[in-house]
Write a protein of this length. Structure first.
Length: 138
């Protein structure tokens, strides 16, 4: 069994009084989720998450809303290998012009945070979103 770790950001911006969240459609598998990726050798989780956000969306982190990481865990099979994956997400307010890296991201859209759950593909990602919403409302 292979154990993998990735790190990502739940990218938020304010529109009036409402939080908007960026959802991306990952090219390889077609599912909707958040920007994420594998760390480079020696790279810390926050640096990985920030780099992956920039690479996949061209957006910049203005500030992190919390230093607490939300974990998503799941299991899948890829090319005959059994993989246990853990993804750590940070919540951040972001800025910049959305430009998608089409090798990894086929689409992106800003949606109201309180309406985003219906747009996400997997229940594990929906649980991450709900945890983020709880943290933001504190």
């Amino acid at each position: 069994m292979v154990i993998e770790y990735s790190y990502g950001i739940i990218p938020l911006r304010k529109q009036g009084d409402a939080w908007m969240v960026l959802l991306i459609q990952h090219s390889a598998a077609g599912y909707w989720g958040f920007p994420k990726g594998h760390p480079d050798e020696g790279e810390l989780p926050k640096a990985t998450a920030t780099r992956e956000l920039k690479e996949e969306t061209n957006l910049d982190v203005n500030h992190f809303l919390t230093d607490m990481m939300i974990e998503e865990r799941y299991h899948f099979t890829f090319r005959g290998k059994s993989i246990d994956k853990t993804v750590g997400y940070l919540i951040a307010e972001v800025s910049g012009e959305l430009v998608l890296q089409h090798q990894e991201v086929s689409a992106g859209k800003w949606v109201r945070l309180d309406e985003a759950e219906a747009e996400l593909t997997y229940n594990s990602c929906k649980a991450v979103l709900n945890s983020a919403m709880s943290m933001i409302s504190r």
